[in-house]
Design a protein around this ligand. Structure first.
Ligand SMILES: Cc1cc2nc3c(=O)[nH]c(=O)nc-3n(C[C@H](O)[C@H](O)[C@H](O)COP(=O)(O)OP(=O)(O)OC[C@H]3O[C@@H](n4cnc5c(N)ncnc54)[C@H](O)[C@@H]3O)c2cc1C
Ligand code: FES
Ligand code: FES
Length: 488
């Protein structure tokens, strides 16, 4: 066991003994290091003013990812490189190409958001995907600017990132990767400060053991939900057990017709595989939080957080996913839909953690779609999220699974609607009957995201949309809004 984290701050190696478990990287930067380039706007992962970049070794190079320092706890730096806007200039004072492009394209006015934009652009520069509009929009969706307007910033992205030549960080990549490998510890981190405890087990056995000793501990994955409990709700977390370093917990593998996703896999890590098997995950994940959130947020965290408006549970329920829960006593398995027991309540017993998610790979002819409806395209939480999986046999519904988020206290499978549709010709008439069954089973509330009436209308129309996208053309045209309803 060890009580000290070690990381690179720029090029400088740092060690912090017994770091405060829930002190944020932003607080550490601004208050301890006086590195005030990194700003605090919202302290909840929304505005991007606090964006910094984390480097992790990936073979002989370093993989750079933008993250929100305001909701990142200090111990998460262990074994990584932390880069802030202060690190980007070359030793001779030359600006980094992304900084130079921001200056030359007039990408800043008051400058408050600028370091965050620069760090997101730095990560884009190193992603190698260029600075075309779509890539830049995606990389910058988590950065807000209230005064410049985005056109000059997008110009800067294109000019700096298109055909980006190797910078000093790429040139030092192999050496930095080697230094990061040298910082890796193979023992569990156990840090204590002011009565707070932080444990970072290295294996599932250590994790299970730690949870046996501290069954009431808070499990921490990417911290994109837990971080806000501290920065917004001001909760004191006495014992935090981080899962990020647990070997194998982020593994993504295909075996025997099943896709297994470790609970600790981030959205960015799982994106390509999910979108390859089920293309509808592409647009969904593209709109889940921002690039900074997806770089840290995990699929396991989204499930265990058990929010009724989380984006992954409806899709996983529709895909008939199985959740594998683990504790010192062993493993148990359950259908995703049985995991959610009430508003933010789960089937996890004390001492148990979510180990992996198993999704049957699509069979031939299987159709799947998941749709997110929110007020904004980017960086917004769903008002309603619907997911549908369908198999037809001779034009009739051989198998259908339907699930919604935002329509009840839990992510909900709508079995009554599935039963109404089962065996029927996949047509407007069948879907109209299915819509009525939805109404009977779903119990949405009105809140700041949408009224209950609007949610009901959207839930029905998403089923209709699924029909329009999957049925033979002669079932069109249809009305997308029911005449008796008025929008919320
Ligand atoms: C700005 C912003 C935008 C967001 N946008 C979206 C969005 O569009 N859609 C959406 O669905 N969510 C969104 N979220 C919420 C959040 O990003 C997701 O829920 C994310 O998947 C949480 O994962 P995490 O790894 O960060 O979890 P954490 O915050 O680390 O943990 C979340 C919960 O899961 C528990 N937990 C974590 N791992 C395990 C495990 N292996 N076993 C058991 N329990 C575990 C934790 O104890 C905690 O209760 C957003 C959050 C922010 C801050
Ligand atoms: S301060 Fe707004 S995202 Fe961190
Ligand atoms: S330059 Fe002022 S907020 Fe962006």
């Amino acid at each position: 066991m060890r009580d000290t984290i070690r990381f690179l701050f720029g090029e400088e190696e740092r060690a912090i003994r017994n770091p405060v478990p829930t002190r944020t990287v932003l607080q550490w930067l601004r208050e301890d290091e006086r590195a005030c380039g990194t700003k605090e706007g919202c302290a909840e992962g929304d505005c991007g003013a606090c964006t910094v970049v984390l480097g992790e070794h990936a073979g002989a190079r370093v993989r750079y990812r933008a993250v929100n320092a305001c909701i990142l706890f200090l111990p998460a730096l262990d074994g990584k490189q932390l880069l802030t806007v202060e690190h980007l200039r070359a030793p001779d004072g030359t600006l980094h190409p992304v900084q130079r492009a921001m200056v030359e394209q007039h990408g800043a006015q008051c400058g408050f958001c600028t370091p965050g934009f620069v760090m997101s652009l730095f990560a884009l520069y190193h992603a190698g995907s260029g600075g075309a509009r779509a890539a830049a929009n995606e990389a910058l969706a988590g950065n807000l600017c209230r005064c410049t307007g985005y056109r000059p910033i997008l110009d800067a992205a294109r000019i700096a990132c298109d055909g980006a030549p190797a910078d000093q960080f790429a040139a030092a990549g192999a050496a930095t990767a080697e230094r990061l490998r040298g910082l890796e510890a193979d023992t569990m981190l156990v840090a204590e400060c002011d009565g707070q405890r932080f444990l970072a087990p290295r294996s599932t056995a250590e994790l299970a053991e730690a949870l046996t000793v501290y069954p009431r501990a808070t499990l921490l994955a990417g911290g994109t939900d837990v971080g806000l409990w501290v920065t917004k709700q001001h909760l004191r977390l006495d014992t935090v057990i981080a899962v990020e370093r647990v070997a194998g917990l982020a593994e993504i593998a295909e075996r025997n017709g099943v896709l297994s996703i470790g609970a600790g896999a981030t959205y960015e890590d799982a994106f390509a595989t999910l979108a390859r098997h089920w293309p509808s995950f592409g647009p969904l994940l593209r709109r889940l939080g921002s690039r900074q959130i997806r770089n840290r947020g995990t699929i396991g965290g989204n499930i265990a957080n058990a929010s009724p408006i989380g984006d992954m549970p409806p899709a996983l329920i529709a895909l008939n996913a199985t959740l594998v829960l683990r504790s010192a006593a062993g493993e148990r398995r359950m259908a995703a839909e049985d995991f959610f027991r009430g508003y933010r309540q789960t089937a996890l017993a004390p001492g148990e953690f979510l180990s992996r998610i198993e999704i049957p790979l699509p069979s031939r002819g299987e159709m799947f779609a998941t749709y997110k409806v929110s007020k904004r395209i980017d960086q917004d939480i769903s008002a309603v999220c619907g997911a549908f999986r369908l198999r037809l046999d001779g034009g009739r519904v051989a198998d259908i699974r339907i699930a919604y988020g935002g329509m009840a206290a839990v992510p909900k499978r709508v079995i009554a609607a599935e039963q109404v549709l089962g065996g029927r010709h996949w047509s407007r008439a069948a879907v109209t009957a299915g819509m009525a069954a939805l109404d009977a089973e779903l119990t949405p509330i009105s809140d700041m995201r949408a009224s209950a009436a609007y949610r009901r209308m959207v839930a029905r129309n998403l089923l209709l949309r699924f029909l329009l996208e999957t049925a033979p053309a002669d079932d069109a045209p249809v009305r997308l809004r029911e005449p008796e309803e008025s929008p919320a």
